[in-house]
Design a protein around this ligand. Structure first.
Ligand code: FAD
Length: 413
């Protein structure tokens, strides 16, 4: 029997394993994951799961019985240490070997660590990151009313945690190196809107600040405060817990040690194949060509993991179905749905609909009157139309676009 081995039982790996069976793949499918859980959704980790509104079992993409029914050999707590491309075999941490005919790397990424020299090697008990169920379970006991949370990094995931923390009665300070929130991914109008959203609920911000160090207790086990410098002025922010949300490092070590091309992710072609035709890579760990972007991209989103799994399943079934997907992403903060589509890099004009001062608005990023990207904040009914405008790179009448009374759908030429 031909055997496909998938390394990484996350969103992309789980989708791929099931997708292969649904397409009628007749051979063996082995899905290896180093976490103790079957494939699960990460988005609720920083939202409903941390808030206590979503139970553990609700995170799982599929009940365990489904893997049995699909004849998928799901091995949990199984960490792959090395790939031997010559013999087409994997070395696992438990000392065993597993051969493959086709290998798929779906290894995701890990939270970036604070680049501070002199941090002790031993784990600091109240210093956390948000990537896995284990991370959330570790921090839960500290998420109690009155505790002071210092969040390093004001990205979407960090801001979701801030929103949950506020709802649970914690006092929250967000430290951000850039002069505005989400500066890399969105325009100033949206940054201001989101800052206000949090500020009104009591979140403190220190923008344009540099984290200089952590004040530890005498035993070196607990952070007591975070030392920052802002506009040349040093400040110390007291903390009961510190959460670091400064991005993701793709898990590419297996690939690079095996001599595969790696450049901000495992380099794949439009069919999800790496530089070795027997090995594919998908999801957060993969750097892929994007027809939409006109270049290469590494995306970190559920829609991308699902689409990339679809492309890989087609390739493994002997079909060629490159992705035509448009990058999109969502976030939830205080019950407000934020939906982002397209890539705003290089935009020349931002047109807003609705009121940025109010509870909801949309921002469109244009170049030569063509829509490159949109951020739809609290107006979910508008999102599908916005997505279509971005997909078609529609040329629009800017005045009509900015008039919330003109239906978006009527703007597409
Ligand atoms: P992962 O889901 O990370 O899975 C990779 C798996 O591989 C992990 O279980 C890892 O432990 C395992 N692994 C790695 N190396 C090995 C090895 N050597 N051996 C065995 N196993 C290994 N996206 C959205 O679109 N919307 C959101 O609102 C959103 N919110 C998010 C909130 C949080 C807190 C986080 C962490 C992510 C969020 N994302 C969101 C991003 C989204 O969850 C990821 O893009 C998605 O999970 C990527 O799937 P993946 O399969 O590529 O990686």
């Amino acid at each position: 029997d031909e055997r496909i081995v998938i390394v990484g039982a996350g969103q992309a790996g789980g989708e791929l394993a099931a997708g292969l069976r649904k397409q009628g793949y007749p051979g063996r499918i082995v899905l290896l994951g180093d976490e103790p859980h079957p494939p699960y959704q990460r988005p609720p980790l920083s939202k409903g799961f941390l808030l206590g509104k979503v139970a553990l079992a609700e995170l799982y993409l599929k009940p365990l019985a489904t893997y049995e029914r699909f004849d998928i050999e799901l091995r949990l707590g199984a960490r792959v240490e090395a790939i031997d491309r010559t013999t087409r075999a994997l070395a696992l941490q438990d000392g065993s070997r597993l051969s493959y005919d086709k290998l798929v790397l779906a290894t995701g990424g890990r939270a970036r660590r604070l680049p501070l020299p002199g941090l002790p090697r031993a784990p600091i008990e109240n210093l956390f990151s948000v990537r896995s169920i284990a991370d959330i379970e570790a921090m839960r006991a500290k998420f109690v009313a009155g505790n002071r949370l210092v969040l390093v990094g004001g990205g979407y995931v960090g801001l979701e945690v801030a929103a949950v923390a506020v709802q649970l009665g914690l006092r929250v300070t967000v430290l951000e190196a850039a002069p505005r929130l989400l500066a890399r991914v969105t325009g100033p109008e949206v940054s201001t809107f989101i800052e206000q959203l949090h500020h009104e609920r009591g979140v403190d911000f220190r923008l344009a600040c540099e984290v200089q160090g952590l004040e530890l207790d005498e035993a070196g086990c607990q952070v007591r405060a975070v030392r920052i410098v802002r506009h040349g002025i040093p400040e110390q922010i007291d903390a009961d817990l510190v959460l670091v949300g400064i991005g993701l490092v793709p898990n590419t070590e297996l690939a690079s040690a095996a001599g595969l091309a790696v450049d901000d992710g495992i380099v794949v072609d439009e069919y999800a194949c790496t530089s070795d035709p027997a090995i594919l890579a998908i999801g957060d760990c993969a750097n892929q060509p994007s027809a939409f972007a006109g270049g290469r991209l590494r995306l970190e989103s559920v829609p991308n993991a699902i689409e990339h799994a679809r492309v890989a399943a087609a390739t493994l079934m002997g079909k060629r179905e490159p992705s035509a997907a448009i990058p999109w992403f969502w976030s939830d903060q205080y019950g407000l749905k934020l939906q982002m589509v397209g890539l705003s890099a290089g935009y020349e004009q931002c047109v807003t609909r609705g009121s940025a001062g109010g509870k909801e608005f949309s921002a469109f990023y244009l170049k030569d009157n063509r829509i490159l990207a949109a951020d739809v904040l609290g107006r979910p009914a508008e999102f599908m139309a916005a997505k279509r405008l971005v997909a078609s790179r529609a040329q629009v009448d800017v005045t009509r676009l900015g008039d919330a009374a003109v239906p978006l759908a009527s703007l597409a030429a």
